[in-house]
Design a protein around this ligand. Structure first.
Ligand code: PLP
Length: 355
C-alpha cells in the first residue's frame, strides 16, 4: 500500500503555543510541540491514527501499563537544514527497533506505512518547532503502552501507539564522570536489555542515584554474571580508544543496538580508524588508563550524539582521562552532524527527507 493511502484523523490546535516558548532556554524533554499522534489497537487491529493537540489523556487506573510495565519507546530526531528542509536520520532503524522491542514485550507490531505517514504529517504540522541551528533539533518520542483495563497479570489486548515531540536545543554537553558497575546490573542473558522497554530505565534510577551521591554522573554497566566486561551506559552505547584503536562491545541480548553506535563504527571505517567490536574487559581498560594508553571514552546515543567521559571510578579508585586534541568523539560527532544537517554528501543514504 502506498503511504498516501493511509487515512489520518487530524484535529489541529486552535492556538499554537510556540510564541510562549523560549527556544534559547530549553530544558531537554520538558516542552512539547503543538500536536501529538496516537493510534489504538482494538480487537486485533490498529485503528485510524489520530493527530490531536498535545495534552493530557485519560486512562483507567487498572490499565495494564501501570501495573506490569508493558511499554516500549524510541528516540529519534528531526533536523532542519539551511534551506528549511526537515530531515530524519536513519528513521527506518528506529521503526524496526520499536517493533523488535514490541515483539519482546508481546506488543503487536505497528505497520510501517502508519508510522511514516503519521510521523511525516505530524512533523509537517509542527514544522515551526524544528529550528535551524547546529545542535538544535526536534526530539521525537514514539512509544506504545498497554491500555487494557484489569489487573490480571497477562498481556494486554489493547494498546496505544503514540508519538510526541520536544524541541531540543544545542547545548554544550559537559563531559561526564562514570563508574563501572560492580554490584547492580542493567540486563541479563535472555532478558530485555536489547529492547527499549520502559522498565529497563526505571530499574537504573536507584543505582544511578547512588552513583550521583558519590559525585559521578552515570554508570557503565558490565555483564551481569561476572562484572568483568563493559557493556553500555544507561541510554548510550560506549566507545573506548586505546592508542589509535577504537573499541566497543558487540551487541547481544543485553545491549541496545544503537543507531549512533553503528553509524560511528561505519564512520570510523570510512576514516581508516581501526575499530574492534569485541568484548571490552574492565581489566584492559584499567590497565590502559594506568599506562596512559587509554586516550578517550565516549558515549553515543541520539539524545546527546556523543558525550565525552572525563574519568571513571572502579574499585573505589578514580581515573582521570586527558582531554586530547584529535579526539575521535569530537571528530565523529562533527561528521554525524554534518550528515544530519544535510551539510555534506550522505554516502550511506542515512538521511530521509521528512517532507
Ligand atoms: C537508546 C539507547 C541507546 C542509543 O541508541 P541510539 O539509537 O543511538 O539512540 C543506547 N543504549 C541504550 C540502553 C538505549 O536505550
Amino acid at each position: 500500500m502506498n503511504s498516501t493511502d493511509i487515512q489520518l484523523d487530524i484535529t489541529k490546535t486552535k492556538a499554537s503555543k510556540i510564541d510562549q516558548v523560549d527556544f534559547s532556554n530549553l530544558q531537554f524533554g520538558k516542552v512539547n510541540s503543538d500536536h501529538m499522534m496516537y493510534c489504538d489497537y482494538i480487537d486485533g487491529e490498529w485503528q485510524t491514527p489520530k493527530i490531536v493537540p498535545y495534552g493530557p489523556m485519560e486512562f483507567e487506573p487498572s490499565a495494564k501499563v501501570f501495573h506490569y510495565g508493558q511499554a516500549v519507546f524510541e528516540g529519534m530526531k528531526a533536523f532542519k537544514d539551511e534551506d528549511g528542509q526537515v530531515w530524519l536520520f536513519r528513521p527506518e532503524q528506529n521503526f524496526e527497533r520499536i517493533n523488535k522491542s514490541s515483539k519482546r514485550l508481546a506488543i503487536p507490531e505497528f505497520p510501517k506505512d502508519y508510522f511514516f505517514n503519521s510521523l511525516k504529517t505530524l512533523l509537517k504540522l509542527d514544522k515551526e518547532w524544528v529550528k535551524y541551528g547546529d545542535g538544535t533539533s526536534l526530539y521525537i518520542r514514539p512509544f506504545v503502552i498497554a491500555t487494557e483495563n484489569g489487573v490480571s497479570a497477562s498481556e494486554s489486548d489493547r494498546y496505544r501507539f503514540m508519538i510526541i515531540t520536544c524541541p531540543a536545543q544545542a547545548y554544550y554537553n559537559k563531559p561526564i564522570k562514570v563508574i563501572f558497575a560492580q554490584e547492580y546490573s542493567r540486563a541479563a542473558d535472555g532478558g530485555v536489555g536489547y529492547a527499549k522497554a520502559a522498565g529497563n530505565y526505571g530499574a537504573q534510577f536507584y543505582p544511578t542515584k547512588l552513583a550521583k551521591a558519590k559525585g559521578l554522573d552515570q554508570i557503565i554497566w558490565t555483564d551481569a554474571s561476572s562484572h568483568e566486561y563493559l557493556e553500555e551506559a544507561g541510554t548510550m552505547n560506549i566507545f573506548f580508544r586505546i592508542g589509535d584503536r577504537l573499541l566497543t562491545a558487540p551487541t547481544n541480548d543485553r545491549i541496545l543496538d544503537g543507531v549512533t553506535r553503528k553509524s560511528i563504527i561505519q564512520l570510523a571505517k570510512d576514516n581508516d580508524v581501526e575499530v574492534t567490536v569485541d568484548k571490552v574487559s574492565v581489566k584492559e581498560i584499567v590497565e590502559a588508563a594506568k599506562t596512559g594508553e587509554l586516550k578517550e571514552i565516549f558515549g553515543a546515543g541520539t539524545a546527546a550524539t556523543v558525550v565525552r567521559v572525563e574519568g571513571f571510578e572502579y574499585n573505589d579508585e578514580y581515573y582521570d582521562l586527558p582531554s586530547i586534541d584529535d579526539s575521535y568523539g569530537v571528530r565523529f560527532k562533527k561528521s554525524l552532524q554534518d550528515i544530519q544537517y544535510n551539510r555534506v554528501e550522505d554516502p550511506h543514504n542515512w538521511t530521509m527527507k521528512a517532507f
